[in-house]
Design a protein around this ligand. Structure first.
Ligand code: NAD
Ligand code: MG
Length: 390
């Protein structure tokens, strides 16, 4: 039986993963979560996990109580998370949100596991490191972002050198149809509502700003090893075409499917086979038409920032991701406005570039983590000074 761990099991991706593995025969090794102890404990009991880990040290007693009478071990804190990643598993879901997902994923890769990667932040802040470690330890990374799973599927049996362009689609997020001059007044609640996808709060707001799509451009470059000028994004409000690959003979392969993350997760779970999945089937005649248009750079300044990050390389991705996470925290705390996030991220990148902090021939975990910490502090320091308008 395949041994499976889920990092970030209590989140949106984690719960969809649990839904799928609950339907099959798997041995569950580790489930990790944060403050939602009741969910973590009940899933760990039901699935007979070896260990359940909360990221928070002070919740250990609560987790122990919730697991009393079961055979599931309880553990807490960062070190416990890494120890869970050291337990032998054949397939690991990396679905912690944010840069916090990087180290557990790297640890799992070092055991030669198959890492189903939802945590795109790992590739944004340390793509070359992650890919090099996977190659070194004979591990496999399977993309679980819907667009990247779509590209991965369109590329099956194809030669990457025959690819002219990869186009990832984006819905444009919850504020897509707002007048530009209203965006500054958007609240976290308004930005945190998505027209098509049911996701965690952070990625939903990142979709509204298209910071998520900016991350995904970088993710595409790092995972598929494509140059930035071969990667593009397009707005597709229906979220039914997830990505397209254009080849040198002019053919375009599009991946279509219902907006349900269980498709990308299930694909990674069955890979290299194609298993049956309980996702909705598309009725194209009922859908009728599919719309596409070019993203407006004034509405989505994050996309230009991603271009700069890709051109720069080195530690620019680590700075971008950390500044973006800090900017989102500040927005969630109502200390900056929705439209202040992108200028703040751009400023942090500019400052650290000016200080020569983005250069790095090869990345190490220490370098990435130090740079991440520095970028977060700088984002907080500069947050009072972001321009009022884009
Ligand atoms: P979520 O907020 O719903 O869940 C996040 C999980 O990470 C939870 O289990 C939480 O307890 C855990 N966590 C949070 N902070 C942590 C920390 N500091 N240390 C350890 N664990 C921590 O997020 P989500 O929407 O499921 O997204 C998870 C990842 O998948 C993100 O990287 C996101 O970008 C990516 N992703 C999500 C979707 C989606 O549909 N939700 C789609 C594509 C990619
Ligand atoms: Mg995506």
């Amino acid at each position: 039986m395949r041994r499976i761990s889920i990092f970030g099991a209590t989140g949106s991706i984690g719960q969809s993963t649990i839904d799928l593995i609950g339907r099959g025969a798997f041995e569950v090794v580790a489930l990790t979560g944060g403050a939602n102890i009741a969910q973590l404990a009940s899933d760990a009991r039901r699935l007979g996990a070896e260990v359940a880990v909360t990221a928070f040290d002070d919740l250990l007693d609560a987790l122990r109580d919730a697991l009393a009478g079961s055979n599931v071990e309880a553990a807490a804190g960062q070190q416990a998370l890494l120890e869970a990643a050291d337990r032998r598993a054949d397939w690991v879901m990396s679905s912690i949100v944010g840069a916090a997902g990087l180290e557990p994923g790297l640890r799992a890769l070092r055991h030669g596991t198959t890492l189903a990667l939802a945590n795109k932040e790992s590739l944004v802040c340390a793509g070359p490191l992650l890919m090099a470690e996977a190659a070194r330890y004979g591990a496999t990374i399977l993309p679980v972002d819907s667009e990247h799973s779509a590209v991965f599927q369109a590329l099956r049996g194809e030669d990457i050198d025959a690819v002219e362009k990869v186009i990832i689609t984006g819905s444009g997020g919850g504020l897509r149809d707002w007048p530009l001059d209203r965006l500054a007044s958007a609240t976290p609640r308004e930005a945190g509502t998505h027209p098509n996808w049911d996701m965690g709060q952070r990625i939903t707001i990142d979709s509204a700003s298209m910071m998520n799509k900016a991350m995904e451009l970088i993710e595409t470059k790092e995972f598929f090893g494509l140059p930035a000028d071969k990667i593009d994004t397009i707005i597709h409000p229906q979220s039914l075409v997830h990505a397209l690959v254009q080849f040198q003979d002019g053919a375009m392969m599009a991946h279509l499917g219902a907006p349900d993350m269980r498709h990308a997760i299930g694909h990674a779970l069955s890979w290299p086979d194609r298993g049956a999945l309980p996702v909705d089937r598309l009725d194209l005649a009922a859908i009728g038409s599919l719309d596409f248009h070019t993203p407006d750079p004034a509405r989505y300044p994050a996309l230009a920032i991603a271009r700069d990050v890709m051109a720069c390389g080195g530690l620019a991705g680590a700075v971008f991701n950390a500044a973006k996470e800090a900017a989102l925290d500040l927005f969630l705390d109502r200390r900056i406005r929705f439209t202040d996030m992108a200028p703040l991220v751009a400023r942090v990148l500019e400052r650290l570039d000016g200080e020569g902090c983005l250069e790095a021939a090869t990345l190490t975990l220490d370098m990435v983590q130090e740079t991440d910490a520095r970028a977060r502090v700088m984002a907080h320091d500069l947050s009072g000074a972001v321009p009022a308008d884009l």
